[in-house]
Design a protein around this ligand. Structure first.
Ligand SMILES: NC(=O)c1ccc[n+]([C@@H]2O[C@H](COP(=O)([O-])OP(=O)(O)OC[C@H]3O[C@@H](n4cnc5c(N)ncnc54)[C@H](OP(=O)(O)O)[C@@H]3O)[C@@H](O)[C@H]2O)c1
Length: 276
């Protein structure tokens, strides 16, 4: 049986994953911001920790408490997070600092606190829920994309660093999944400042609103995909979830390759000339 630590099991993907792991008979240590909280489950063991990742020291304290309760943890899932949409020039320092605190610094601190335990175990799987916005961004998500790109980069480099220690890292990038993510309860928007953005940010804001409740991704199927990744002997460093994520990632890769090709001579022209 597998023991999981999952942030943000109150709703959405985190809840679906916790439910799926419990249904397999696994043990889940899950965090929620406000308690008491429970999940209806017939199998498995659930430990709930009250954690607001915006609080100083919360990430480290939650890992210490989780290992104290269950001793050994096989999988750490950095799931809790939210999106910030709107024009970059409208975003305030406070909005961006909070976004990075939850979507980047909290996962970093959780991983940093967990690594000594995982190294002692000589095993562990770290799963960071990023986003297709962290690989192929859409208009109106500059800061959210920046946060998720940061978590993608952290994951890719960390995977190299900890592989020799028996620890794997996977960045899981979902497309649009039918959770509360786009609901007013979760998503945040910077006030749009200028008419100049009506055709770009304005339109994308309307499109994001219209997508709420109609996303193609099924959270229960995402949970099953993450469980199969955890059961795999050779988990990937990157995993896309959803047909929309696949389409966006492939089209972005094509654009990147085309651009590299178009500018190849310029790229190669910056080396010292041979023999100088
Ligand atoms: N759904 C999508 O379309 C989608 C696409 C790409 C990536 N993602 C990513 O998937 C992850 C899960 O999102 P979701 O779709 O399940 O959204 P959701 O339904 O809004 O759930 C978000 C979860 O994160 C928790 N959370 C938010 N801020 C927190 C904080 N300060 N401290 C502790 N927990 C906090 C929430 O707890 P509360 O209930 O207390 O608010 C909730 O459990 C996020 O990292 C998101 O960026 C989602």
């Amino acid at each position: 049986m597998t023991t999981w630590f999952i942030t943000g099991i109150s709703r959405g993907l985190g809840k679906a994953l916790a439910m799926a792991a419990l249904a397999e008979g696994d043990t889940v240590v899950g965090t929620v911001r406000t308690g008491p909280f429970s999940l209806e489950h017939e199998r498995g063991v659930l430990h709930v920790l009250n954690v607001d990742l915006a609080d100083d020291g919360a990430a480290e304290a939650s890992i210490a408490e989780a290992f104290a309760r269950v001793g050994h943890i096989d999988v750490i899932v950095n799931n809790a997070g939210y999106g910030l949409l709107g024009a970059l020039e409208s975003a305030t320092d406070a909005e961006v600092e909070r976004l990075f605190a939850i979507d980047v610094f909290a996962p970093f601190r959780i991983i940093r606190a967990a690594l000594p335990h995982l190294r002692r175990q000589a095993s562990g799987k770290i799963i960071n829920i990023t986003s297709i916005a962290g690989r192929a961004p859409k208009t109106g998500s500059a800061l959210y994309s920046a946060a998720k790109y940061a978590l993608e980069g952290l994951s890719a480099a960390l995977a190299l660093e900890v592989a020799p220690l028996g620890i794997s890292v996977t960045a899981v990038a979902p497309g649009a999944f039918r959770t509360d993510f786009l609901s007013p309860h979760s998503i945040r928007k910077s006030e749009t400042a200028d008419e100049a953005y009506a055709e770009t940010i304005g339109r994308s804001s309307v499109a994001f609103d219209a997508a709420a409740g109609r996303q193609v991704g099924d959270p229960d199927r995402a949970a099953r995909a993450i469980i199969s990744l955890v059961r795999s002997d050779n988990p990937p460093v990157h995993l896309l979830l959803g047909s929309d994520a696949l389409q966006r990632a492939r089209s972005k890769l094509d654009q990147v390759v085309d651009e590299i090709d178009a500018w190849e001579a310029t790229t190669l022209g910056t080396d010292f000339r041979q023999g100088l």
